[in-house]
Design a protein around this ligand. Structure first.
Ligand SMILES: [Zn+2]
Length: 346
């Protein structure tokens, strides 16, 4: 049975009693209708743009909130059809991605600083120290390949393995285990300031606030329900047809995405490079869907490695995909996790 996010209630009804109970333990859902009146002068334009007047005059909004983490997403299918005002030429973008002139990262040994323990050299990448750091340990995995949208499975594995080696060196220097965090901001929509492909690494003494909150949710959940939060999250997604398994990794087409097409991977892998095949396949699926810019984060939560991956929109758009709603309230989403689960075969 195939559903759309607007039919979430139907998908929940078909769950077994146990999983349905879990769904309502984890989530609250609200469906409401936004109404408006179209003036006669706008009727033709609306019909052309959205197909029918009725779709626009009565818009169904589905709000879903994770009761524990506060993650909250608002879905309105009509939003994905709304006009986009800002435009530029895609040909210019393609040219820009291939233009290596003056690229500092094409010559990392001479043009980027080294860490105090030197550089870690992978087969397809090399590390450099970040010149203006977020945190005391903040470095870069600089890919040999300039164009960040060109990728191969063995390259991804090598990037992650090189990152793990960097964390070992940083921890050795600090003489204690640091919190590892991988950040892959791909192209300017995602916050990347340099086009050349790179992953950032931070090793922090202090647990980052958002990760600590998640850890607290998992601990409180265990105490209250004597059950594993991550495991239950997976059970609910699986029951709804929003999860897949690949080589031991569990892939969730997330019910409360932070922004478009968010995917969360849960893994019991001991090291991030063990997840390379899954990460590569998901990125490849993203590129096949036309995703041009994304954020990817990898971190540890208790015995798990968690990967979060999100689409940040078209490189041609000048408007940001994130506004006051996402920063301070809830995420407004145009993509549908049920459709995403159907499109991504892994
Ligand atoms: Zn370059």
């Amino acid at each position: 049975m195939k559903y759309e996010i607007a039919e979430l209630h139907k998908a929940v009804e078909q769950l077994s009693i146990d999983v349905r109970e879990l769904f309502y333990r984890l989530y609250s859902v609200d469906i409401s209708t936004g109404s408006l009146r179209i003036p006669v002068e706008m009727e033709d334009w609306v019909k052309k743009r959205f197909g029918s007047l009725e779709r626009v005059e009565k818009q169904q909004i589905l709000a879903i909130k994770n009761r524990f983490t506060g993650e909250h997403s608002l879905f309105n299918r009509l939003r994905s059809d709304r006009p986009v005002e800002a435009k530029s030429a895609i040909a210019v973008v393609r040219e820009e991605l291939e233009d290596k002139g003056k690229c500092l990262f094409c010559n990392p040994v001479k043009q980027t600083p080294a860490d105090v323990f030197g550089r870690i050299k992978g087969k397809y990448c090399i590390t450099g120290s970040n010149i203006a750091k977020y945190d005391a340990f903040h470095s870069l995995i600089i890919f040999n390949e300039h164009n960040p949208l060109t990728m191969r499975r063995e390259w991804i594995e090598d990037y992650l393995r090189t990152g793990e080696r960097w964390f070992e060196e940083a921890s050795k220097l600090e003489e204690k285990q640091l919190q590892k965090f991988f950040i892959w901001n791909c192209l300017w929509r995602s916050g990347a300031s340099i086009i050349h492909g790179h992953i950032q690494l931070t090793a922090s003494r202090m647990r980052y606030g958002k990760l600590e909150l998640l850890e607290k949710v998992a601990a409180d959940y265990k105490r209250e329900f004597n059950s594993d939060y991550i495991e239950d999250l997976y059970k609910v997604h699986k029951g709804l047809g929003l999860a897949k398994e690949h080589k031991g990794e569990r892939i969730l087409f997330y019910l409360t995405p932070i922004k478009e097409k968010e995917i969360v991977v849960i893994s019991k892998a001991g090291r991030s490079d063990e997840m390379a095949d899954t990460i590569y396949k998901l990125l490849r699926a993203y590129l096949n869907m036309g995703v041009q810019s994304f954020n990817l984060a990898i971190f540890q939560l208790e015995a798990y490695h968690i990967v979060r991956l999100v689409d940040r929109g078209s490189l041609e758009d000048r408007n940001s995909d994130i506004g006051a709603m996402e920063l301070y309230a809830a995420s407004v989403i145009s993509s549908d996790p049920f459709k995403l689960a159907q499109v991504i075969s892994i």
